[in-house]
Write a protein that binds this ligand. Sequence first.
Ligand code: G3P
Ligand code: MG
Length: 248
Amino acid sequence: MAQLINFAHRGASGYCPENTNAAFVRALELGATGIETDVQLSSDGKVVIIHDESLLRTAGLNKLVKDTPYEEIAGLDAGGWHSPSFAGERVPLLESLLELAKAGGTILNIELKNGIIPYEGLEQKVIDMVRERGLAGQVILSSFNHYSLALCKQLAPDIRTGVLYMEGLYRPWDYAKSLRADALHAYHRAVNPEWVAEASTSGIAYHPFTVNEPAELERLIDAGVAGIITDYPDRLAQLLIRKEAHPE
Ligand code: G3P
Ligand code: MG
């Protein structure tokens, strides 16, 4: 069986300011084999790594990403809000994370943050950047906007997609197949072993988010999920090592 993918949520965001280079590098040091990140478009069309539509919470500027040129975003401090030792971290461009993933063979889950603001052309831009670096096989595109996922598959059938959702979907593997998606990125409480098994027979992987408590990590490993998205990749890495050494 393939090794479960240990996705660091926004990098190692349990320890570092989310979605910064420091968080991505730390994630790999802590044993992550995948990185989950969020992207939006700046006013001049750059693919920017940031979770919120606004720059306020993580970069201290009360403006929307879509209204701000990257030159201005690049001058903001994206680490100081977390702690003084991270002051000077920047809001990265997707390019830099793609290079890091390429160098380390890391799986990259790029979440398109186009549920609230429908960024025109975001899908094509991300796909072009992934293709230019030969990373199609290493990337999973996900979104809460499922129209966007359908478009991604149309533009790039060879790049995996993951359907983000909270709960209550009936037979989500059937829904995923209708989108030609490859994975279910489900809120972790909406995952049980029977559904994981049934999805698997349809060729659909489960990658639940965001799982931080050891008991819940263990429950999902035992349920047979193909990957887990966590703020603490070290906790998941340690559990996987322990389970490999002492299989029940
Ligand atoms: O992709 C999983 C998770 O990141 C989705 O929620 O709000 O943390 O981007 P959010
Ligand atoms: Mg996300």
